[in-house]
Design a protein around this ligand. Structure first.
Ligand SMILES: *Cc1c(COP(=O)(O)O)cnc(C)c1O
Length: 404
């Protein structure tokens, strides 16, 4: 008789975005005259840049012509894309990453979720709290986390690293040594970043203890400050202990197009086994490559015109972030983020819980955000606003919050 993977039953319901959706729908149907503004979404809203559309059209035409048609893509990505990524994202920043250390994929979520497969079932994981839920849930499915403690809202065998205002929402090195350490910078949901010298401490810690750092840099393109590393491979010794995830989703609006990549240096070995080779083997077995036309679109992101158009789009979002941050500060709210990331992480007023504040904001200002508690216990008493909305609505939402 068939049985199911019982680990899946340990997953708590993913209520966050469905609960938000339900509450908003109910409010809107009860108050059809009110215009609700959504600053909760974690998705881009601007259309793809012209240079990317041009590349897509060209590639589509190639697929309709016998001489230029392409079938299965190489498992690990086309050389034209891997070469430009290695050069522009890494070598130009002094990181010695070569094209054959880049694994092109259909996005960072899949890679962050799948990477745990190549590690042993007994590995202990550490995550930031609050956290992007994919890291924990994918390890729950694999049976690495123990059971869920309803009261503490935590899995019993996961090391949660609190990220609080006192440390600028960066975690501290854990006392109990994890085998796999998930770090996300610039961070979703807090918008926090880590300075290079601080990240170097994590790399040293991982090398000393034989841990592997799984570094999610999906928001790398939003970094504006000087001393913030764009890649973990800017740190000395990172090639011996780190894997990095990147995505075209937030960088260039590919959330619907799907493209990302993972960097695994050949130097990274565990018990003499090359992690790079294991991931290549895994890719070869379970994945058949990102679409040719999408990889051509990805290549266009690095062209001169593409770069410029994308910088303008990110500029629009970051101007929204500035408008939100300055407006809320004027209104007396304590907040962080919004400088190197499209997320603003605000403290709820008057010790309201994050869900109480959600209801209050929806009902009094008709503005929707995301309750921090949805990202983990240390997200309680915080609220996430995103800069992905359009300008007019962002301005209006801030005005409404200021009038409260
Ligand atoms: C949006 C996001 C990603 C990117 O996911 P894709 O699958 O590439 O769209 C990865 N990590 C974090 C933390 C994110 O917020």
């Amino acid at each position: 008789m068939a049985s199911i993977n019982q680990n899946y039953r340990k997953l708590p319901g993913s209520y966050l975005f469905s609960t938000i959706g339900k509450k908003v729908r109910e409010y809107e149907s009860a108050h059809p005259d009110r215009k609700v503004i959504r600053l909760g979404i974690g998705d881009v809203t601007q259309p793809l840049a012209p240079e990317i559309i041009k590349a897509l059209h060209l590639a589509v035409d190639e697929m309709g012509n016998r001489a230029t048609f392409r079938g299965y893509a190489p498992d690990l990505g086309y050389d034209f894309l891997r070469n430009v990524i290695a050069k522009e994202d890494f070598q130009s920043r002094g990181c010695e990453i070569s094209a054959d250390e880049i694994f092109v994929s259909d996005g960072a979520k899949c890679d962050c979720g799948n990477i745990q497969e190549i590690f042993g079932p007994d590995n202990k994981i550490a995550v930031q709290d609050p956290v992007y839920p994919v890291y924990v849930d994918s390890n729950v499915m694999a049976g690495r986390t123990g059971t869920y403690d309803e009261k503490l809202q935590r899995f019993r065998d996961v090391i949660y690293m609190p990220c609080t205002a006192e440390t600028g929402f960066a975690p501290e090195l854990p006392n109990e040594v994890p085998d796999l350490i998930y770090l996300c910078f610039p961070n979703n949901p807090t918008g926090a970043v880590m300075k290079k010298e601080d990240l170097q401490e994590w790399v040293d810690y991982a090398n000393k203890n034989g841990s592997v750092i799984l570094y999610d840099a999906a928001y790398e393109a939003y970094i504006h400050e000087e001393d913030v590393p764009h890649s973990i491979f800017e740190c000395e010794g990172a090639k011996g202990c780190a894997i990095e995830f990147r995505s075209f989703s937030k960088t260039a609006g590919f959330t619907g197009l799907r493209l990302g990549f993972t960097v695994i240096p050949k130097e990274l070995k565990i018990d003499g086994v090359s992690v790079h080779d294991l991931w290549a083997r895994r890719h070869g077995t379970k994945y058949n490559g990102a679409p040719y036309i999408v990889q051509r679109a990805g290549e266009a992101v690095y062209s001169e015109a593409g770069r410029q158009q994308i910088a303008e789009q990110i500029g629009v979002y970051m101007e929204n972030a500035r408008i939100i941050s300055e407006g809320l500060k004027e209104a007396g709210y304590a907040l962080s983020g919004g400088v190197n990331a499209p997320y603003i992480w605000m403290r709820t007023p008057d010790r309201m819980t994050s869900w109480e504040f959600f209801d209050y904001l929806l009902e009094t200002a008709n503005v929707v955000g995301t309750p921090g508690a949805g990202f983990g216990p240390h997200g309680e008493y915080y609220f996430r606003l995103t800069a992905f909305g359009d300008r007019e609505n962002t301005i209006e939402a801030v005005e409404r919050i200021k009038r409260l």
